[in-house]
Design a protein around this ligand. Structure first.
Ligand code: G3P
Ligand code: CA
Length: 351
């Protein structure tokens, strides 16, 4: 099944045009976006400046910071609401209020921590990569993540996007703060390749409304789990326990970020595209090329618009393998056939 769809995609690549440009079933017709999930988190400690920098060097199009808020109101890149899984907080601090909530520690305290590899394949170094910053494995602020991306874009002309996730989904304060900071840092338009995401349709609508108020137009993605209902495809909304139909989400969202399971299918992607919604899947976690190719090329052939990946390099290689110009041996029969037909027509004309 995987291979036959891939063959179909490869054929589309081969026959698309004389310039051998690849075609995609994505909403835009462009190559799917490689979204560095928590940075290059399969290789380095997640949600660190080094992980974001390495992801960009590996060819990611967008970096994803999940966001939490410190006790003194600063947005920091961190998936969990607690500091324990990814940092050495327990070595340095006693518990507060019975635990280690990010929201119970100041930025200064959090900056004293070191982020440690949480993935089984991650390390504190990657062959050939030297971090450009002096403290590559501290918890970065959202501001520092945007600074890194903006510095890269300014020096290269690239348009690497950011994809912040409001981890407190429908907290108006957090949503407004994220958008205000994005605006101050120049991430305002869809053409900036940036999205804002959250696990709540209510929160996503709130983000859309605040964007209107602030005259911004970043793309909004609703996260959740695909469900097929009697009324059509929908996305299960974790905070409310309800299923929102795609047609309702399309009223304010630009895309859906969906778990790679439940009722996700090529038909779901087609239904979302019919409504103008992009589909981004999470999380692609294959750590070897063959498995990455098998899984990712299937969803790419089905038209998936973006892949949240822990292994930016492997996903870049998969996408590039489907984009490459036709190698000469494959194109040679077509070329010879064309030349033969040309010669035949010339002979007929001469006769
Ligand atoms: O935001 C997409 C994906 O990252 C959702 O899962 O738990 O890794 O934030 P999580
Ligand atoms: Ca996330």
């Amino acid at each position: 099944m995987f291979r036959s769809l891939v063959t179909g995609a490869a054929l589309a690549v081969t026959l698309a045009s004389p310039t051998f440009a690849a075609t995609y079933n994505t909403l835009s017709g462009e190559a799917p976006l490689i979204i560095a999930h928590r940075g290059a988190s399969g290789y380095l400690p997640e949600h660190t400046l080094a992980a974001y920098e390495l992801a960009i060097q590996m060819g990611a199009d967008i970096v994803e910071p999940d966001l939490q808020t410190t006790a003194d109101g600063v947005l920091v890149a961190m998936h969990d609401s607690t500091l324990t899984r990814t940092t050495n907080v327990e070595d340095l601090f006693e518990p507060r209020n019975g635990g280690y909530l990010v929201s119970d520690f100041t930025l200064e305290e959090i900056k004293s921590l070191t982020v440690e590899p949480a993935s089984s394949t991650a390390s504190t170094e990657y062959p050939g990569y030297t971090p450009s910053m002096s403290d590559p494995f501290k918890v970065p602020t959202f501001q520092e993540v945007m600074d890194l991306v903006n510095a890269h874009n300014s020096s290269t002309g690239d348009v690497i996007g950011i994809y912040p996730e409001a981890k407190v989904p429908s907290a108006e304060t957090m949503n407004r703060q994220i958008l205000t900071e994005m605006k101050a840092n120049g991430f305002t338009e869809a053409s900036d390749n940036s999205f804002v995401q959250t696990f709540s349709a209510v929160g996503a609508k709130e983000l859309a409304d605040i964007q209107d108020e602030l005259d911004m137009d970043n793309q909004i993605a609703v996260l959740g789990y695909v469900m097929l209902t009697d009324d059509g495809f929908g996305v299960y909304d974790y905070p409310t326990g309800t299923i929102n139909l795609l047609s309702d989400l399309a009223l304010f969202a630009d895309g859906v970020g969906v778990y790679l399971g439940y009722d996700l299918s090529p038909e779901f992607i087609a239904a979302a595209h019919e409504l103008g919604l992009a589909v981004h899947g999470w999380t692609f976690n294959q750590s070897d090329y063959d498995s990455a190719f098998d899984t990712q090329s299937y969803w790419i052939a089905a038209g998936m618009d973006g892949l949240f990946t822990n292994y930016s390099l492997l996903t870049r290689e998969v996408v590039d393998s489907l984009t490459s110009p036709v190698p000469l041996p494959a194109g040679l029969p077509l070329l010879l056939g064309g030349l033969g037909a040309f010669a035949f027509l010339r002979r007929r004309k001469a006769a």
